[in-house]
Design a protein around this ligand. Structure first.
Ligand SMILES: [Zn+2]
Length: 187
């Protein structure tokens, strides 16, 4: 089932997610719905708070060649990360333009560590560890931020953010259009 996506300004996106309590019908359904929602919206990553949930879960869609070697066997399924933790990040950083399904029409360069190492449970709730670089590391870090209530626009310069202030206010008040379903209910 496609779930409506929460917009910047929705309190659930600032709350931070909580440890998922393991394999349950509710988590399996959430994972399936999140993959369907991400694909329907043409996104390459989606975190549970973006659909109004508070479990520490995110999904990502990466072309096989961009996938970390440890995750390549999961193709062609979307990658599923339950209770992820970043355990190591490189000193080396890179800058790349990011966007977010919760902030339509905004793209900004964000500086992040180039490589990370992480632990997580996959969609079968098996404990895994992976190392990622490049786009995979970027998507993972962007989605991990959502689980902490952080947006990519929190990581740009104060100057750049000031230029976006009006746009972000419009998004927060729902004055925005997207090609996918946006959440319009009580927050
Ligand atoms: Zn996002």
């Amino acid at each position: 089932m496609i779930l409506p996506i929460r917009l910047y300004g929705d309190p659930v996106l600032r709350r931070g997610a909580e440890e998922a309590s393991g394999d349950s019908a509710s988590i399996r359904q959430l994972i399936d719905d999140m993959i369907e929602t991400m694909r329907g919206a043409g996104g390459i990553g989606l975190a549970a708070p973006q659909v109004g949930r508070t479990e520490r879960v995110f999904v990502a869609e990466l072309a096989a060649e961009l996938r970390p070697a440890e995750a390549r066997e999961q193709a062609p399924e979307a990658l599923v990360f339950v209770n992820p933790e970043i355990i190591e990040e490189s000193d080396e950083e890179s800058e790349f333009e990011e966007g977010c399904l919760s902030i339509p029409d905004v793209v900004e360069p964000v500086r992040r560590p180039e490589r990370i190492r992480m632990t997580y449970l996959d969609r079968h709730f098996r404990a895994r560890e992976l190392e990622a670089g490049g786009l995979a590391a970027r998507v993972i870090q962007h989605e991990m931020d959502h689980l902490e209530g952080v947006f990519f626009v929190d990581r740009i310069s104060a100057f750049r953010r000031r230029l976006l202030r009006r746009k972000l206010r419009e998004v927060a008040s729902g004055k925005v259009e997207a090609s996918y379903a946006l959440y319009a209910g009580p927050k």
